[in-house]
Structures are given as structure tokens and as C-alpha cells.
Design a protein around this ligand. Sequence first.
Ligand SMILES: [Zn+2]
Ligand SMILES: [Zn+2]
Ligand SMILES: [Zn+2]
Length: 322
Amino acid sequence: MKRPKIDHAAATLELRASGLEPVEPYPGVTSKPFAVRCIQPKCKGHVEPFPAYLSVVRSLAKKGRVGCVHCNKRHRANQRRTDMIRLGNMLPMVEIPDVKTAVRSWCLRCWRICEPGPRLDNIKNGKQGGCEHCGGKRRLSDDVARQRAREWGYSPDPDIPYTNDATKWPGRCLAKGHYCEPVLNSQKRQGPCESCADHGFKPHLPAILYLVVKPDLVAAKIGICEDSPKNRRLYEHALNGWITIETMRFAVGADARRVETALVQSWRARNLQPVLDNGYGYEGYTETVSLNATQVSEIWPAVVGIAERVLATPHVPLGPAR
Ligand SMILES: [Zn+2]
Ligand SMILES: [Zn+2]
Ligand SMILES: [Zn+2]
């Protein structure tokens, strides 16, 4: 049924109920625009009148919304903000223009800032947790995570709860019962157990620590590999232009790794960065240092010093005794 035609006074009453007031006479029909403004003194729509159709104002009112475009926009932005806090546990630091825009946010769990931050659509559809630091990527329930881990080939320590897919979660491999501490999100790339892995280094078996240099990169590299006749690591390095300078044998691979780690940490602590190849990383580049910044003759004595300390400290067993 058609509504009767209304006059300016009646239109003014209707607008008022939707939070608007006319700034020019009502044109007499609902399908013609006329200038109105918002009755909220602080709204942009109050200062800057805008054209409105009474028909549109009515349909907005049916949905419980006010007639002001600016108030509606703000209302939707507030709704997105509330969703971000409630669903993602993230406090947005800027207005959220739409669900597809990454928003700089503050994590309400770990209080770190995420930049560029999460997208609300991803939080809503479960593709993304809120925070990239404390378990953003994917959070599973403890039960589901343990199930995944077993399918992958290891059993997480029953006393250690699941944190997130990017945090080391110690346990034992199902094949041999080795202690291992993989992160769940590497399950597509490799097996869970380093001792079982077939990449030429096993923490419980003899290993070689080596120093190689590559003249065209002006880089030195420290590395570890298994100490066995079938070890091809140094041979492969040679094919790639790396020249072996020194090697040191270790009865247990884990000790070689501790020396390697300590040496690389000492470089980074002195702000000596890894060497890229034309701006790109390559296999093992994270264990390199520029020979413009240090000299080969300094590196090996440092290795020997660290190794003495490592071998003098009683080996801290990895994980609980079996
Ligand atoms: Zn308004
Ligand atoms: Zn966090
Ligand atoms: Zn294993």
C-alpha cells in the first residue's frame, strides 16, 4: 500500500527520527534528493550537509540504522573494531577501513605490535589468528595438535602443553625414540626428528666442524656435517666454489653444533652480518661472515677457543633422560 504524500513538516519529523534535519525544503517526493545534515554536532555530516533520499532514509530506519552516511560509516568501523578485539584478541591502532585491509594492531595476549597486522576477514574465516608473534599463524587445540604430531611421526612430551605451530615443542620420535624438538609448521617440509633426518648430520653421532671461504663472495662460512666416509658435504661445497680452510672432529654432533652456534652468535653480536649473493640468500648463508669485516686468521683461533669451552662444560642433556 502506498503511503500518502507528506509535506515538509512531516518529512522533518521523519528525518528527525533518523537523526537528520533538512537544510532545504522537502521536494515533495521520496525519490528526489534534498540537502540534509546530521543532528549530532560532532559529526562531519552536521558540518557538511549532504543529499539524501527520504526513501533511502526509510529503508535504513527499517534496518535500525540512522540516516547519516558518516554515522553509519563510523558505526561499521566500530563494529569491525569490536570484532577484531573479540575474535582476534587484537587491539587495532588505526580505524579499520574494511575487512580486507591489514591493520596495525596491538596483541592483547603478548602485548607486542603486529605490523602490518592481521586482516579481519582472515580472522573471521579462521585463516589467520590475530597475532603473528604468539601463535598467530594457526592455533590448534592441544588434543588436535598432539594428533597432528603423531601423524607426522613424533610424540610431544605429555607434560609440555602445545603453544603454537611456530614454537619448538619437544618430544620423542616414534621411529627410534630420539629426543627432538620440532615446530609443527615445518611438517610439510621435513620429518620431525633431526636424528632420523637424512641430511648428513646427527647430533648423537661423530661430526665435523668446518671453515670454508669463497673468494668471489669475500665470505667465510662455518658449518657442520657428519663425520663418515659417505659424507659429501665438503665435496658439494667445493663444487660451489667454497675452499676448505680448516676442519675439527667431534665425537658428538651436538657439540659441533654448539660451537657453530656460539661462533655465529659472536659474529652477530659484533654486528657482522651474513653475506648475501647479489642480494640473495643461499643454502647455509646464515652461517657466513664477510671477510671485509674480519679475517680468516682470526676465525679459526676463535673456533678453537669456543670448542675448548664447549668441551669443558658438561654436556647438558637435551630433554629428560629415558
Ligand atoms: Zn552523523
Ligand atoms: Zn601476541
Ligand atoms: Zn628419530
